[in-house]
Design a protein around this ligand. Sequence first.
Ligand code: CA
Length: 246
Amino acid sequence: MNETRAMNVSAAQRGAPRILVVEDESALSLLLAYNLEAEGFLVERVERGDEAELRLEESVPDLVILDWMLPGVSGLEICRRLRARDATRTLPVIMLTARGEEGERVRGLSVGADDYVVKPFSVPELMARVRALLRRARPERVATKLSAGDIELDRETRRVRRAGRDIHLGPTEFRLLEYLMEKPGRVFARAQLLDSVWGFSVEIDERTVDVHIGRLRKALAKAEETDPIRTVRGAGYAFDETFGRA
Ligand code: CA
């Protein structure tokens, strides 16, 4: 089975997220690996359920793409067992299923899959879900509320408040603020924000980011209030880590 394992050493050296693809349709598995590697992920592929279990016991990847119907052990059973083990209880899992099995969606989610995709699916859509899930899985995303100074963002209710008043944001501005607030002080390039906040590498002009940052600023700060977002010339944007501490 070694030839089915794609290793991308440069990605490994950069500490890229590791993704295990468990899929017995070789063509689909190859297509997924090709696209994931193009995005800089380190990919391993296995075609059987029992083989997947062995791999998962050896080492835990950052995310698993798991087909439902597999030779050996079913994807459903693998998912159930992953959730029963401490080491893999929170491991992000995206389940794949064939058309006609949609009725099983609830079962898939009930054994603990994080997301669920019906074949045939669009590859960019799946890539977007992989990225979204990896973002969600990061520890700093565990907190329901993010706060800095007088600004509070609630991921569950999707509400933002400043000094006790509601701030109304469009979905993109909300995700932008959420993303920036997760790592105060860190400067994000426009391309990086496009990729992480918009969720896929579509042909969007980088100036789009400036437009949405502008809207976010306008919504967040009244006349005499401090602007929490810092523009770093030639580099990008950051949530000011000194905000609210002055
Ligand atoms: Ca299958």
